[in-house]
Design a protein. Structure first.
Length: 364
């Protein structure tokens, strides 16, 4: 384990030092053994060794060959060990990079030798994490491109058809038609923003501008903004709000409330729509309850998935894209909060509960 924590350059220096040390040791050991055997077998005499004749003899050559052979074998062995620890994982990294550049995003660099140095291990792990994120991003991009094309096709086609009808004198460009066209453009704008929010959230790029926001003020403003539509849907608003502030992205908070209120306007039955906030141990809870039909049990696990509609015809009839609740869920996750669905005990319809974590709360 300690060996793995040593850097590449230090390991190379240590390996070269080992080669030098072992070669020196072999030189001394084999020198002693060679001359000892030579004297024992009378291949050379002590007088010859003590003489001033420095010419090479058979024993000298034998010693040099043994030292060279053992030094070479040691160098080869250590070189192979180094290659196994350095070159093999780097080759695997190079092969994986080449495959990914050719479009095979599922390839990962392999680390077969657990004794590889820490720097190479970290580099391969970082590369694999990057490759995984790249694969997820590309897959998400493909999914989102198809989804965006599908969701935008219908409203754009309707808008195009009505504008073409005006040009062909099929429709009279009166105030009612222009207002209808403006509503179509606004719905298209909301759809584009929802798609953008989900795409950023999926790629972990949703930027938040956190500030202290009075929750009751934002709720009141959002209700007032949609009051005419609440009246058309015959929804009577009841509120029980506390003066609690939270650190939240105000624009995203408004987006959450509009999405939830739009959902109520589309699907809730005429009657009471109750909006309340309550401080609990786990944080501040915002609840929105209605007297609608509620959601069947088989649909509940999927209601926060993008593009999920309880019934395809129901979504089309009411103009829903299946994005509203998934956008709310994505924004709450980005704020480290959550949204939950349950059956309203008081009103009998749907109950959406939004939890703001305690760290994001403060008292005004």
């Amino acid at each position: 384990m300690m060996k793995n924590n040593i850097g590449i350059s230090r390991q190379l220096i240590i390996t070269m030092a080992k080669v030098s040390l072992l070669t020196t040791c072999f030189s001394l050991i084999f020198g002693y053994l060679t001359y000892f055997v030579a004297i024992e077998f009378k291949l050379v005499s002590l007088e010859q060794l003590n003489s001033e004749d420095w010419s090479f003899n058979f024993v000298d050559l034998t010693w040099i060959l043994l030292v060279t052979l053992c030094g070479s074998l040691t160098s080869v062995y250590l070189g192979l060990k180094l290659a196994q620890r350095f070159i093999a994982p780097l080759n695997s990294l190079a092969i994986a990079a080449r495959e990914i550049s050719l479009g095979n995003l599922s390839v990962r660099a392999q680390l077969d030798n657990p004794s590889s140095v820490a720097e190479i291990t970290k580099m391969i792990n970082d590369f694999n994490r990057m490759a995984e994120k790249l694969e997820i991003s590309v897959n998400n991009a493909s999914i989102w491109n198809a989804a965006i094309a599908h969701e935008l096709r219908t409203p754009v086609t309707i808008l195009q058809g009505r504008l073409q009808g005006v040009l062909d004198d099929i429709f009279t460009p009166d105030k009612a038609l222009l207002k209808n066209l403006l509503n179509q453009v606004e719905q298209l704008s909301f759809l584009i923003e929802d798609l953008r929010t989900l795409s950023l959230a999926d790629n972990q790029q949703l930027r938040l501008n956190l500030e202290s926001v009075c929750l009751s003020d934002v709720i009141t403003q959002s209700v007032n903004l949609l009051q005419d539509r609440f009246d058309q849907a015959k929804l009577v608003i009841e509120t029980n709000l506390s003066d609690q502030a939270c650190f939240f992205d105000r624009q995203r908070l408004e987006q959450i409330l509009i999405a939830l209120f739009e959902n109520e306007i589309r699907y809730a039955q005429a009657g009471i729509l109750r909006i309340s906030t309550q401080k609990k141990s786990e944080g501040l809870v915002l609840t929105i309850e209605d007297q609608g039909p509620g959601i069947a049990d088989q649909h509940i696990p999927f209601i926060f998935d993008a593009f999920y509609r309880l019934e395809e015809s129901r979504g089309k009839k009411n103009g829903g894209s299946g994005l509203g609740l998934s956008v709310v869920n994505a924004i709450m996750i980005a704020h480290e909060g959550r949204i939950e669905y349950s059956k309203s005990q008081a009103l009998g319809g749907s109950c959406f509960s939004i939890l703001f974590k305690p760290d994001n709360l403060n008292k005004i």
